[in-house]
Design a protein around this ligand. Structure first.
Ligand SMILES: [Zn+2]
Length: 186
């Protein structure tokens, strides 16, 4: 049992976490905010927040309890409103987040992040590859030997896979940060 007092990285209300953009009411009504604990890169216990679909809140909470036990470092988890809904800005800071109302890069499709059903983890260390082959964020680097990096062997990838999440680090065009929970499954 960890009795350490966490360093608070985020303590927003749901309303504060959704400020600054217009979200369709049917999506907004299914969102909630949860506090999650993690060990950050300073080796200390932190508490951050995720905005996500209410149906996966318990499962994601459980996954982060397991990530904590593994002491797999998470830089911080701060809702996208703090980054003005700018994904590049969030990724540059190595943020971990779920909900962001946006389309898939290079398409007009609404992303699974827009329903709160996809999570991006340690986004600078686990960048995504754009259609033109460049890495996003621009300061992103992928080195499997660096702690906090997701690899096919990572126990964190297994935690998600065991619960029916798909990791896009397995995809041909790598998106190492991204796990997706299909809405059809919940
Ligand atoms: Zn993603």
């Amino acid at each position: 049992m960890n009795t350490e007092v966490p360093i608070i990285d985020s303590a927003l209300s749901l309303q504060e976490a959704l400020m600054g953009i217009v979200i369709p009411p049917d999506i907004r009504d299914e969102l909630t905010i949860i506090d999650i604990p993690y060990i950050s890169f300073d080796d200390k216990l932190h508490q951050g927040q995720l905005v996500l679909h209410v149906d996966i809140a318990d499962e994601v909470q459980e996954i982060f309890q397991e990530i904590l036990k593994l002491r797999f470092p998470i830089e911080h988890a701060i809702p996208m409103s703090v980054y003005d809904w700018d994904d590049e800005k969030s990724m540059r800071s190595n943020n971990t987040s779920v909900f962001n109302y946006r389309v898939v890069y290079g398409t007009d499709q609404v992303s699974n992040h827009s329903k709160g059903l996809a999570i991006d983890i340690n986004t600078r260390l686990n960048p995504c590859t754009a259609i033109d082959g460049t890495l996003q964020p621009a300061n992103g680097t992928y080195d499997p030997s660096v702690p906090g990096t997701l690899t096919p062997e990572s126990p964190v990838v297994k935690l998600f896979a065991d619960r029916g999440w798909r990791w896009l680090g397995h995809r041909e065009r790598k998106d190492w940060q991204h796990f997706n929970k299909s809405s059809a499954k919940i």
